[in-house]
Design a protein around this ligand. Structure first.
Ligand code: GLU
Length: 412
């Protein structure tokens, strides 16, 4: 995903021109003020391994913008994590929180590690040490970490506990915690559930009935998206993860596939489908990438048959691939809208922690659906009125709001 950051910044520049920032905000350097990260923290996290050796992990926290509220964003654990990745992902968080109208800025953290190679005790030491290294940078009103690729409730519990040990007992310091530690009901499912809410809205507009859907990535987001879409009556014709891909053109039995994944740790070997080398080879109406960045690129974009792509992951479609797809008439619902369900329920968790009063599942879910529907309708309206893609529309709305707030706050 090496050029994802450059792509986002050049799109932000183009949107700045479209919104006429130079005329609207003369001498304010508005695009630079919005685009450049506030603070980039790069450090090493050193831990003792179970076998007595020492290991060193390159680590990051990028605080991109706090114009609209405290920094907010997940912690990614993956061997491909690098500074350019984290800068891109932090920038997307700023745009996402602005677009869906929640009072946060944007940030992202990451550790370059293959978490599957660590034991439970090594993982705990790594997360605690990472938290300790950024302890002065985070806090419930400052910067609020959350889950991302390969981090979840377990890691958030350790982060919260480490912060409590060294600072104060503030549950709102991280979101995505286990429910027993103040996590919100519905947070774990929220990103995938939100992807499905947006997919159903877009399918209705595009008049896609009885859809055939392919889902790339079968982690927290992909699994939940598959479960909810399967319940809605869609045929999930192909699913892939980092170790394999299965296809069943009549539709996979998702309940059975989820059970298989729990035991085998991969979709590979599932007897209710045929193995497939490349998920893009399975014809479908809707494609939902839910893993890492740049899944759809210049070299494989010709294979995409879907009329609708919903970005469950962050930055799964490269800039060049997007241009080709838009020329063919494919509709792409961008990450900052499609996968915003996670950070929306993170906001609800933060509110509940501060109120000390906890909501029931129905309330969390109905507020999530309401917020995403509002954002989707707003993006669609702007896109139709201004004849721009759904991504450009989302960026215009997000940047316009950050720019007017930046001006109102003055020079910080
Ligand atoms: N990592 C998620 C995202 O990319 C969630 C962030 C959060 O809940 O703060 O949106």
């Amino acid at each position: 995903m090496a050029d994802a950051y450059d792509n986002i910044i050049s799109l932000m520049r183009r949107i700045g021109d479209r919104l006429d920032f130079n005329k609207k905000y003369p001498n304010e350097k508005m695009v630079e003020r919005i685009a450049i990260s506030d603070k980039i923290i790069r450090f090493k996290t050193i831990i003792g391994m179970d076998d007595g050796t020492i290991d060193v992990f390159q680590s990051y926290r990028v605080q991109h913008s706090e114009t609209l509220g405290p920094y907010k964003g997940g912690i990614r654990l993956h061997p491909t994590v690098d500074i350019s990745d984290i800068k891109a992902l932090a920038t997307l968080m700023t745009l996402k929180t602005s677009l869906v109208d929640i009072p946060f800025g944007g940030a992202k953290g990451g550790i370059c590690v293959d978490p599957h190679k660590l034991t439970r005790t090594e993982s705990e030491r790594l997360i605690r040490k990472y938290t300790h290294r950024i302890i002065n940078e985070i806090g419930p009103n400052v910067d609020i970490p959350a889950p991302d690729v390969n981090s979840g409730q377990r890691e958030m519990a350790w982060m919260y506990d480490e912060y409590r040990k060294h600072r104060e007992d503030a549950r709102a310091v991280v979101t995505g915690k286990p429910v027993a530690l103040g996590g919100s009901i519905g947070r774990k499912e929220a990103t995938g559930a939100g992807v499905v809410t947006i997919t159903l809205l877009a399918m209705k507009d595009l008049k896609i009935t009885s859809p055939k859907v392919s889902i790339e990535g079968f982690g927290n987001v992909g699994v939940q998206a598959a479960i909810d879409l399967y319940k809605s009556g869609a045929a999930i014709v192909a699913v892939s993860d980092s170790r394999g891909c299965v296809e069943n053109r009549g539709g996979l039995d998702i309940d059975a596939l989820v059970e298989h994944k729990k035991k085998a740790k991969t979709v590979s070997g599932f007897l209710g489908g045929k193995p497939l080398v490349d998920i893009l080879k399975c014809p479908c109406d809707v494609f939902i990438p839910c893993s890492l960045g740049h899944t759809v690129r210049k070299d494989n974009v010709e294979r995409v048959s879907a009329k609708l792509i919903v970005e469950g992951a962050n930055a799964p479609v490269s800039d060049e691939a997007e241009r080709t797809l838009l020329d063919k008439g494919t509709v792409i619902i961008p990450d900052i809208l499609a996968n915003a369900g996670g950070v929306i329920v993170s906001y609800y968790e933060w509110v509940q922690n501060r109120e000390g009063f906890y909501w029931k599942r129905d309330l969390v879910n109905s507020r999530l659906t309401e917020k995403l529907t509002e954002a989707y309708e707003k993006v669609k309206r702007y896109s139709v009125d201004n004849k721009v893609s759904m991504r450009e529309s989302s960026y215009c709305l997000a940047m316009d709001k950050i720019a007017s707030t930046t001006l109102a706050r003055g020079v910080q």
